[in-house]
Ligand binder design. Structure first.
Ligand code: ZN
Length: 134
């Protein structure tokens, strides 16, 4: 894996959390994007070579809504950038890690993504992401 691409943080209200993180980090949010297939509205901050991704639910059955109901707002997942997501999914699956999707999905910010089930990763939700090549 190449680096921590981003940390995902579940928030209840993106319009409140964007200015909060702009003040905290002292950098502007560079992008907001809705990923309807995932039921999330996202906002990104570039921090050195990594990013912060804020996630708000767009509908009641969104995984972010379920997460906040169970655990409250906070760190939701860690995303690792990989060179070749298919090869990495195959490698991790062979080692016994549980993939939450069998083929890569479209993620926010021009990425192909795959989540690993937290039960196989010390309760940390892990996202693999690969930059989509043009
Ligand atoms: Zn993410």
């Amino acid at each position: 894996m190449l680096k921590i691409e981003h940390l995902g943080i579940a928030v209840a209200d993106l319009q409140k959390s964007i200015p909060l993180f702009e003040q905290l980090l002292n950098i502007p949010c560079y992008k907001t994007e809705v990923v309807e297939s995932e039921g999330v509205s996202t906002a990104f901050f570039q921090l050195g070579e990594s990013k912060i991704e804020l996630l708000e639910a767009t509908r009641p059955d969104s995984p972010i809504n379920k997460y906040i109901e169970k655990k409250g707002e906070g760190i939701h997942h860690i995303a690792f950038e990989v060179e070749n997501i298919l090869a990495e999914m195959k490698r991790l699956s062979a080692l016994g890690f549980t993939l939450l999707n069998e083929t890569p999905k479209e993620g926010a910010d021009n990425k192909l993504i795959c989540f690993l089930h937290p039960k196989s990763t010390n309760s940390v939700l892990i996202e693999l992401c690969q930059e989509k090549k043009a």
